[in-house]
Design a protein around this ligand. Sequence first.
Ligand code: CP
Length: 322
Amino acid sequence: MPLRHPQLNENGQLRHLLTIEGLPRELVHHILDTAATFVGVSDRDIKKVPLLRGKSVFNLFFESSTRTRTTFEIAAKRLSADVINLNISTSSTSKGESLLDTIDNLVAMHADMFVVRHAESGAPFLIAQHIDRTRGRGHVHVVNAGDGRHAHPTQGLLDMYTIRHFKGDFTKLTVAIVGDILHSRVARSDIHALTTLGVPEVRVIGPRTLLPGGLEQMGVRTFTDMREGLRGVDVVIMLRLQNERMRGALLPSAQEYFKQYGLTQDKLALAAPDCIVMHPGPMNRGVEIESAVADGPQSVILDQVTFGIAVRMAVMSILAQS
Ligand code: CP
C-alpha cells in the first residue's frame, strides 16, 4: 500500500500544512486558485466571509514576526474566526511547561487551528503528530508559519501566487534565489514549490559558504557568481542574511557581501527587462538589496505581503473543510 503523505487525510485532502515538499501539484494550484477568490474580498467591500465562524485560531509564535503573524491574524479574522495570539514570553512555556503540554491545554480550550512559528526545525510536525495520535482531535489543524531552517510553506505559496500574478505560466520561467540559502526556510519552500509547479530553470546564487549540499538533487542550478546567475532571469528572489542562525564566520563582512551579492540596479540590468524583484522580508537595505531596487519599478515586495492575506485565508479555509 502506498504511504500516505503526513499532511493529507485518507481522502487526499489537506489536514495540516507543514511543508510544500511532496504536495501534489493540483493541490498547490487549488490553494492558489482559492486565494484568487479571496483577493477580491476587500475589493468588493465584503469585509468578512463566514467560513471559520465559531472556530478558534491560536497564533503560537515562538520566534519574532511582523508579516506572517499579522497577516495570519487578518486572514483568520476575515474568515470570521476567533483569533488568540498567545504571548509566549508570559505563557507557561517560560515556566518550563513542555510544548506538547501547552498544546494539550489549548486543545482543552477548544482550539481548532494552531499557526506555529518555532526556531526548531520540525516543531510544527511534532505538534501535528501529537494531535493526530489522540482520538477526537480530527478537527484540529496545524499550519507551519516557519520552523528553523526547514520550511515556511505559506511564504512559498504567497511567493508562487505573486509570480503567477505577474508572470502567468510557470513553465516558461527562469527564477533565481539569491543569498543565504543555507539557513533559509524560504529558499527551501520556494524551491519545492517552483519545481512542483514545473518551472524549468531554478537557480540559486550565493557564496559557497552559504550554499548547502544536495541542491542539485533538489533540481536547481547553483552559481557563486551573481552576475552570471542573474543573466536573463524572469524573477529574482532575494533572501535575508540569517545572522541569528549563523555560527562562526561564514562571511568576510556585510560590505563585502553587498558588493558580491547585493542586488543593485546595475546587476538587475543583467536580468530580463521585465524581471520582477521579490524579498520575503524583513529586508536589510544596503546588505542584500539597495533601496533604489527595493523601492523601484520592478519590485513586487509589498505585493507579496498583500497577497499573503489571501493565501493564508485560502490555506485556513481549505484546512477547515477537511
Ligand atoms: N517573511 C516573513 O516570514 O516575515 P516575518 O518574519 O516578519 O513573519
